[in-house]
Structures are given as structure tokens and as C-alpha cells.
Design a binder for this molecule. Structure first.
Ligand SMILES: [Zn+2]
Ligand SMILES: [Zn+2]
Length: 342
């Protein structure tokens, strides 16, 4: 049987038979535009508007369409916009049926891949935007999450942000992304499985327990407000990995209330500003880690995970799957909490 990936354009998702890990093959991504100017001269001043940027106002002809938008405080101008990814890793107009290829399993590259443009300004960044703009962004995450959840084919909705070229950002204009998939990746199943085992053994949510421990221990906490606490996890994979965890048990991102969305935007903004100042605007990725189509599960608990790109995974780490973190979480937290340290 010929596979959808054969024409070299459509995506295909293949499963590693030995580990059950899924891999997306997205040949169309090879044609992505890259912001060479930014990469070659990182210190060049960034203009507020770029005539060649598809996300800048006035360049809408470069976009397939605008799916949804949110107005700014004045109502005169859009603040955030959802647009389809022009070079999607996955596309929605294919089947989710799996098929065999010899001993292997594959499926068409089903999914939805969208970009959330965070500002009409080309030169803005989340760490330095207004609190109102960050609040709008969190609202766009929430609403888009609910929208994509309506489609029963979407079993996982991953919201993420890449900042800087080493984190995979190919366009300078500030943006986040959302990818919905038709299967559950191995790493997420594994995370869910361990949380389930913990619950079955102890009758408690491992994330609620972790949060309670971190708040009592205080050594790794970097921020707390009414609805969220942020800390460097005890076994952080990389320097300054930070989790922002809702204090109220909520299994899925769709359960976040309006007041909690406001608190999340404050926490995220404060932390990113802190990283920007103290680590000189590091490249980073953050993801909203939420369950795969959960419904008020007692054992799963969503959180936002920030991973600065300060170290590179090398041979041992790639071979063993085990990370080497050169920095202790307690020291990272102390550094972020020390207002004098730079
Ligand atoms: Zn732009
Ligand atoms: Zn919990």
C-alpha cells in the first residue's frame, strides 16, 4: 500500500516498533522560511514592522487565512491572532486510520497546526510586553484549546512557544503555536501512567503532593500567587527548568477559571521577565503539559513547563536518555530569588 508520505509533501506518522514512540515525518517543513538576518546578526535592532513578515499587519496576503483574533484594550487594533501554520507538521484533511507497512505501523499525518501571533508589533517579546497583552495571549490559548477540543479526532492539544533560534523559532515576530494530534505520544502516556500508578497506590495526585512539598520546603520556589506556584523541579532536566503549577487540582487546561487565567498570565510574565533580565534573554521553550482528553481525572494535573536552552544534549544523554544538569535546582532558585544577583 502506498503511504501518504510517498509524494514527499504530506506528513506521515510512523511508530518505532521497538519503543512504541511515534515520529512525525513532515517534508513540507523543509521549505520553511528562516529569518537569516536575525540569525546572522543577533544584535541588529529589530524594526517594529517588517514588510516581508507574514505576521505583521498589512501583510495578510501572505497568510492562508485568519482563524480568530482578539482586540487590544482600545478595540481599534488586533492584539492576538490565530492563523494556520503555513508549513504545518500535520494537516486536518486526512484520515486517522492506521495501517501496516510490513511489521511496522504508520498513519497519515493527521493533526491541526496553528500559530498564535502575540502582537501586531514585530519587535515585541513576551517578557517585555504589557501585562494586558500577555493576558490576551493566555485567553487565546484557552479559547483555542476549547475550540480544538471540540473535534473528537484531536486526542492531544499541545500549546507551546519557541523563543530564539536555538529553541527552534524560525520567525522573529512574537508567536506561540498549537498542535493537535490524533494519537497520544509515548512520553505523555508514560507521564500519565506514572501519575495513575501513584494515585492507585496512595489515592492522591502526584502533582498536588509535589506542589505541597515544594511550598513547604521553599528551597526551589520562585513565585507564588493566589492560583499558581512556580518552582524549579527537584529533578530539573536542565538549568532553570521552571514549572508553573495551578494550586487547585485541575486535570486538564480546559478547567482553568477566568481568575486563574489572569493569575497564570501574571506568573508567566513575571517569570519570563526574570529570565530575560537575569540570564540575558535566553532562548527557551515552554509547553502547557496537559492530559490527553482527560475529564476531571483525580490523578492528572496540568502545568506549564519552561525549559531554557542553556546547555546542549550530548552523546551520553542522547544514548542513555538520561540528562546531565550542571546546575542544582536549589542554586538556580536562589539565583532567581536574589534581587542583587545578575
Ligand atoms: Zn512581523
Ligand atoms: Zn493535582
Amino acid at each position: 500500500m502506498s503511504a501518504p508520505g510517498d509524494d514527499g509533501v504530506n506528513s506521515e506518522i510512523r511508530q518505532n516498533k521497538a519503543t512504541k514512540e511515534w515520529v512525525i515525518f513532515a517534508p513540507a517543513r523543509g521549505k520553511r522560511p528562516h529569518d537569516f538576518q536575525q540569525r546572522h546578526d543577533e544584535d541588529a535592532p529589530v524594526p517594529p514592522h517588517d514588510a516581508h513578515c507574514p505576521f505583521c499587519p498589512g501583510n495578510e496576503a501572505k497568510l492562508p487565512t485568519v482563524i480568530k483574533e482578539w482586540r487590544d484594550e482600545t478595540g481599534d487594533q488586533w492584539q492576538a491572532r490565530v492563523v494556520p501554520n503555513k508549513f504545518p507538521a500535520l494537516t486536518p484533511d486526512v484520515s486517522i486510520q492506521r495501517y501496516a507497512q510490513g511489521i511496522n505501523m504508520a498513519m497519515p499525518g493527521y493533526g491541526q497546526h496553528e500559530v498564535i501571533v502575540e502582537s501586531p508589533r514585530h519587535d515585541q517579546d513576551l517578557a517585555t510586553m504589557t501585562p494586558a497583552a500577555v493576558r490576551t495571549l493566555i485567553e487565546s490559548y484557552y479559547q483555542r484549546y476549547l475550540d480544538l477540543y471540540q473535534n473528537p479526532c484531536n486526542v492531544l492539544i499541545q500549546i507551546f512557544r519557541n523563543h530564539g533560534s536555538s529553541a527552534g523559532a524560525s520567525l522573529r515576530h512574537p508567536h506561540s503555536q498549537v498542535i493537535a494530534t490524533g494519537m497520544v505520544p509515548r512520553a505523555i502516556r508514560w507521564r500519565e501512567y506514572e501519575a495513575q500508578r501513584y494515585f492507585d497506590e496512595l489515592g492522591r495526585c502526584v502533582y498536588c503532593d509535589t506542589l505541597a512539598f515544594e511550598l513547604s520546603d521553599q528551597q526551589r520556589v520562585v513565585l507564588e500567587n493566589a492560583s499558581f506556584a512556580a518552582f524549579i523541579p527537584y529533578a530539573a532536566e536542565c538549568p532553570f527548568e521552571t514549572w508553573i503549577v495551578p494550586k487547585r487540582h485541575q486535570s486538564d487546561f480546559s478547567e482553568i477559571t477566568e481568575a486563574e487565567r489572569a493569575d497564570l498570565s501574571l506568573a508567566l510574565h513575571t517569570l519570563l521577565a526574570k529570565l530575560h533580565t537575569k540570564l540575558n534573554d535566553p532562548d527557551y521553550n515552554y509547553t502547557i503539559n496537559t492530559g490527553a482528553r482527560t475529564d476531571h481525572e483525580p490523578q492528572s494535573h496540568w502545568y506549564l513547563r519552561i525549559r531554557p536552552r542553556l546547555v546542549t544534549r550530548a552523546g551520553f544523554e542522547i544514548g542513555s536518555g538520561m540528562r546531565i544538569n550542571p546546575s542544582l535546582p536549589e542554586a538556580d532558585a536562589a539565583f532567581l530569588n536574589d534581587d542583587q544577583a545578575r
